[in-house]
Design a protein around this ligand. Structure first.
Ligand code: NAG
Ligand code: NAG
Ligand code: NAG
Ligand code: NAG
Ligand code: NAG
Ligand code: NAG
Ligand code: NAG
Ligand code: NAG
Ligand code: NAG
Length: 434
């Protein structure tokens, strides 16, 4: 059984402990380093887990001190991003010592980490406003989306429309995305799929029990990218679902039970909870511990490069290679295996990739080079539409496995209509963008 069973965490916290099914003490060698952190005491107190709070507070006594990990003031993002391998070699800069609270690494000078995205740099969705609770980098940091008209909390996942649109002139495919991790930062923020309104929250990892320490005395740790700052804006695509109860049509492997992920490759950082419009360029078919975990590669529609890039093949090769390397290896610094990718058996350009997503699963091969790992725009669009259909099935009551039923239950508890009636909700309405 996982440690989580023994810890009996409150729902919002338990819901966001990473790797619940697969974590073992051996898989997280670094997690124990910060076992006595005051941050752990803080979250235990915040969530009312008094037993662990006392145990941890006692261990952490006298060590209460927050450390902000800051890059040198002038460190340009490009320099930080240009050499993933050297970033991943520097574990000392991202490892918590007892008593330390890890904060955001702020690489880009003065990025706005929370609140609405800048309408000068992005096309911003105006149907809801994101509101942050707690401080970025703390355990209890959460971001909710408040309906702009009613002020009620609404779901980042189910209630923001996908609003998939195709430009008849150039075939450009655009839609809304909800950002979790701003470019240049390293705290792992995730949409919590199993609680009503699906807020975004700081992801945490289980702490292995050491030397007879009880799980209660070792509450979860803040999770952050140990490889270094994120090269991209990263988050979820509303109204899509990577079904965990069926094989993905391309990879033949079931997916990770989450909204479809995006990686946004423009220059401007998107705040946590920012909802912006993007253009689809292609996709990476990542396989993480035997599960399909597609990454849609997109660009902010207002990025200067958005008019130059229509498909993944238009993105400079060096950038594609760098992104591939980052997503292949970013979890290695967290003590996990490198990720794998399913190969696109066609050449990644807009003319030949359209059919690639229809190859039968048994033909799916592992990519051995970064070139093979990329799918072009039309193949990516096919995947995106498939994941939208899976989301409709989820909300129509189509999931019956223990792994995905809590997702549908949380939607019902959050007042999402159309969940139990069998009728799929309508695709996102025409929300006005600023
Ligand atoms: C609280 O912690 C003590 C000592 O670690 C343990 O014996 C006890 O079972 C715990 N109680 C609960 C409710 O977890
Ligand atoms: C990346 O860093 C490594 C180690 O510091 C160095 O050997 C390599 O030349 C660098 N690569 C690039 C592209 O800068
Ligand atoms: C590792 O990070 C520390 C703290 O940010 C920094 O002082 C050091 O120069 C870094 N080392 C390398 C090799 O990047
Ligand atoms: C978050 O935790 C800190 C430390 O325990 C506490 O001071 C703060 O009030 C909490 N914030 C929220 C919104 O719960
Ligand atoms: C916000 O509330 C209005 C009025 O009830 C509703 O029409 C709209 O769809 C809601 N928007 C979101 C994003 O939930
Ligand atoms: C939204 O959720 C947060 C966290 O639970 C809560 O504090 C806040 O009051 C909610 N907002 C509304 C308008 O209910
Ligand atoms: C666990 O116990 C061993 C042997 O008693 C000791 O060497 C080690 O330092 C302990 N580890 C921790 C984290 O306390
Ligand atoms: C556009 O792409 C080129 C090539 O990758 C890059 O050098 C440039 O910085 C990009 N422009 C912006 C605004 O990101
Ligand atoms: C791709 O297709 C377009 C029109 O369908 C054609 O004009 C173009 O030459 C093709 N490019 C390649 C590389 O085949």
């Amino acid at each position: 059984m996982s440690l989580l069973a023994a810890v009996s965490l409150p729902p919002l916290l338990a819901a966001r402990v990473s790797g619940m099914r697969t974590l073992s003490a051996a898989a997280e060698p670094d997690a124990m380093v910060a076992a006595a952190s005051t941050a752990a005491a803080a979250v235990a107190a915040a969530v009312g887990h008094s037993n662990s709070s006392r145990a941890v507070a006692a261990e952490g006594a006298g060590a209460a001190r927050a450390t902000t990990l800051q890059a040198p003031k002038k460190a340009p993002l490009a320099a930080a991003a240009s050499n993933v391998s050297s970033a991943s070699g520097n574990k000392s800069s991202t490892r918590a010592r007892p008593g330390e609270v890890l904060q955001y690494r702020r690489i880009v000078p003065g990025p706005k980490l929370t609140g609405a995205a800048d309408p000068k740099a992005f096309e911003v969705y105006d149907g809801c406003r994101s509101r942050a609770y707690g401080k970025p980098g703390n355990f209890n940091f959460t971001v909710y989306c408040e309906n702009s008209t009613t002020g009620h909390n609404v779901s980042f996942w189910h209630e923001i429309p996908l609003d998939l649109a195709t430009n008849p002139q150039d075939g450009a495919i655009t839609f809304w995305v909800t950002n979790e991790i701003p470019r240049g930062t390293n705290a792992k923020i995730e949409t919590v799929t199993t609680v009503p309104h699906n807020p975004m929250a700081q992801n945490v990892v289980a702490t292995p029990a050491v030397n007879g320490t009880t799980a209660a005395a070792a509450p979860p740790q803040i999770r952050f990218y140990r490889v270094g700052p994120s090269l991209v804006n990263y988050g979820g695509i509303p109204q899509t679902w990577e079904a965990s109860d069926e094989a993905d049509p391309l990879t033949g492997l079931p997916a990770d039970n989450d909204p479809l992920d995006f990686i946004e490759i423009g220059a401007a950082p998107i705040p946590v909870g920012g909802v912006v419009r993007v253009k689809l360029l292609g996709a990476l078919s990542l396989v993480d511990q035997g599960e399909t975990d597609w990454k849609m590669v997109v660009i902010n529609v207002k990025d200067p490069n958005a008019t130059k890039w229509d498909d993944i093949i238009d993105v400079p090769a060096a950038k594609r290679q760098q992104l591939y390397d980052f997503f292949r290896t970013y979890k290695v610094a967290e003590g996990k295996q490198a990720n794998h990718f399913t190969a696109n058996t066609a050449t990644a350009n807009r003319n030949t990739t359209a059919g690639a997503a229809t190859q039968p699963p048994q033909q799916a091969k592992e990519a051995t080079t970064w070139q093979e790992a990329y799918f072009g725009r039309d193949a990516a669009a096919k995947v995106l539409r498939g994941k939208y259909a899976e989301w409709q099935r989820l909300l129509a009551g189509g999931c019956t496995t223990p792994r995905c039923t809590p997702l549908a239950e949380a939607a019902v508890a959050g007042g999402i209509s159309g969940v139990s009636g069998g009728a799929a909700p309508k695709p996102g309405g025409k929300q006005k963008a600023k």
